[in-house]
Write a protein that binds this ligand. Structure first.
Ligand SMILES: NC(=O)c1ccc[n+]([C@@H]2O[C@H](COP(=O)([O-])OP(=O)(O)OC[C@H]3O[C@@H](n4cnc5c(N)ncnc54)[C@H](OP(=O)(O)O)[C@@H]3O)[C@@H](O)[C@H]2O)c1
Length: 261
């Protein structure tokens, strides 16, 4: 199926590795130009080269998306580099494990700024550009902890649930401008950030990193983790012109982790 992405311009936040990288890669495979952001220069430059090798225009923007200025810089430089904007993927996020007692005020600010407010600030900066597209698309990346209770996942549950609400309200606000806003909700995905995270969880649970990974896989119907590309491929369809009658919707790509009807 031709998704109609060839020649479109997309900005993907937090995309030098992991899920964002996989989404940008899936878009580039469809001939879509990509602007990607991260704080670290080396991996970002490497990703830009990788996408250029696929025959599309690629722009790397070094910025800190935990601030509104950083988010605005991302969109300003993405538009300057690509010429216009059709698609925004709000992907950036991270995880600080902890409990109500252990997470500090500074850590809460960091979590909410990067995982939630970055989506708000980047959307705010991008809307005037997306309005000029004939098929403007916003895709927010949340996570299954925003849909189903996962005891212990306090710091991701809050932003993920809020992102789902944000997607819904923005879908209503931007529908008159012809912009669709959807939410992709990945399950446990084998990204780089899980390396040290699984090791840390293993220490707390008195097991090995492999033991942690197997226990998590066992909570899915497919009994395995997602590979980032599996999220990227669904995301590419969701922001394409082919996906023309979906807005305000959350799509779970989680191997059957969520168990409600
Ligand atoms: N992996 C999973 O199992 C999973 C499951 C559900 C949902 N998610 C969600 O999916 C998204 C991506 O997760 P991931 O596992 O792919 O993360 P990741 O591997 O840690 O990658 C995060 C990316 O964002 C960039 N980044 C982080 N903080 C930034 C900041 N303040 N400013 C600019 N760029 C920043 C990182 O580059 P720099 O470090 O160089 O800045 C990197 O490119 C997150 O929203 C996460 O909550 C992940």
């Amino acid at each position: 199926m031709d998704l109609g992405l060839k020649g479109k311009n997309a900005a993907i936040s937090g995309a030098s590795q992991g899920m964002g990288h996989a989404i940008a890669s899936a878009l580039a495979d469809e001939g879509c130009n990509v602007a990607i952001s991260a704080r670290g220069e080396e991996r970002l430059e490497q990703a830009v080269k990788e996408f250029e090798a696929k025959g599309v225009k690629a722009v790397g923007v070094i910025c800190d998306l935990s601030t509104s200025e950083g988010c605005k810089k991302f969109i300003d430089e993405a538009v300057a580099g690509l010429g216009s904007l059709d698609i925004l993927v709000n992907n950036v996020g991270g995880m600080i494990p902890g409990t109500l007692d252990s997470v500090s005020d500074e850590q809460w600010a960091q979590i909410l700024n990067v995982n939630l407010l970055s989506h708000v600030w980047t959307t705010k900066a991008a809307v005037s550009h997306l309005k000029k597209s004939k098929a403007g698309r916003i895709l927010n990346v949340s996570g299954v902890t925003g849909k189903q209770l996962l005891p212990g996942a306090l710091t991701t549950t809050l932003p993920n649930a809020a992102i789902i609400g944000f997607s819904k309200i923005m879908a209503a606000d931007l529908a008159p401008a012809g912009i669709t806003v959807n939410n992709i909700c990945p399950g446990f995905t084998n990204t780089e950030s899980w390396g040290p995270r699984a090791e840390a969880m293993a220490k707390v649970r008195n097991t090995t990193a492999d033991g942690v990974r197997q226990a998590i896989a066992g909570q899915t119907l497919l009994n395995r983790w997602a590979e980032p590309q599996e999220i990227g491929d669904v995301a590419a369809f969701m922001v394409s012109e082919k996906n023309s009658y979906m807005t305000g919707t959350t799509v779970e790509v989680c191997g059957g982790f969520t168990k409600y009807l």
